[in-house]
Design a protein around this ligand. Structure first.
Ligand code: CA
Length: 232
């Protein structure tokens, strides 16, 4: 079992939190490595090729956003889940734009974090094999479902797998509205427990990448009282 144990890299400066998280993840059978500074985290991410990275935004020295961007320059695929003490919308959006896949705001329960991590792994495994390099077209953008990236002209942007998964679901039902609850169930699963607001943040991220004018979207539409719809 230890042979195919998944490796998690935790980049966090609070010693108590590191100890708590390490215990909890090891108990679940994960192999855990920790870095207490952003610089060390970037190095370990390149050296260890972890299966998932948990990244605190508030770090001494190099902050979490810069760490996220530095990791993403080399690696667009490894899921990054950010921990933020600040539940402010702007911090979350900025983290997602720096290339993070998901976030949990402090204080959080370890159970919730474990559920999110399990959901991430559940989501990655089958998709990789089912659809090795499916492409989705949205306006002028081409989204590669396999690499979680969007290309508009010469510019390639990392979407992260949650934003990509939401887009995949909207694409499968293109032209009809999909409710936030359906998105939560299909993308996160029932044991992880993000809020509807989480989905709105990922939609915001998708619009910023895929829409010419994100404030007046033409492709990813809000259907009042029903959810979101990808146009034909
Ligand atoms: Ca911190």
């Amino acid at each position: 079992m230890m042979q195919d144990a998944k490796t998690i890299l935790i980049i966090e400066d609070e010693t108590d939190l590191i100890l708590g998280l390490t215990d909890a993840f090891e108990f679940e059978g994960y192999r855990v490595h920790c870095a207490q500074t952003g610089e060390k985290g970037v190095d370990l991410a390149a050296e260890l090729h972890p299966n998932l990275i948990i990244l605190d935004l508030m770090l001494p020295g190099m902050n979490g956003y810069n760490v996220c961007e530095a990791i993403r320059r080399r690696d667009t695929v490894t899921p990054i889940l950010i921990l933020s003490a600040r539940s402010q919308e702007n911090d979350i959006i900025r983290g997602l734009e720096a290339g993070a896949d998901d976030y949990v705001t402090k204080p959080f329960s370890i159970g919730e974090l474990l559920a999110r991590v399990r959901a991430i792994f559940r989501r990655i495994a089958p998709d990789r094999e089912k659809n090795p390099s499916r492409l989705i077209h949205v306006g002028d953008a081409v989204i590669n479902v396999d690499s979680y990236t969007a290309s508009v002209g010469n510019k390639q942007t990392d979407l992260g797998f949650y934003a990509t998964a939401i887009l995949q679901l909207l694409d499968e039902r293109r032209g009809e509205p999909v409710s936030r609850d359906e998105i939560l169930d299909a993308v996160w699963g029932i044991d992880a427990n993000p809020t509807n607001r989480t989905i709105d943040n990922f939609i915001l991220k998708l619009r910023r990448v895929l829409e010419k004018n994100p404030a007046k979207p033409r492709h990813i539409l809000t259907v009042y009282g029903q959810g979101y719809k990808l146009t034909q």
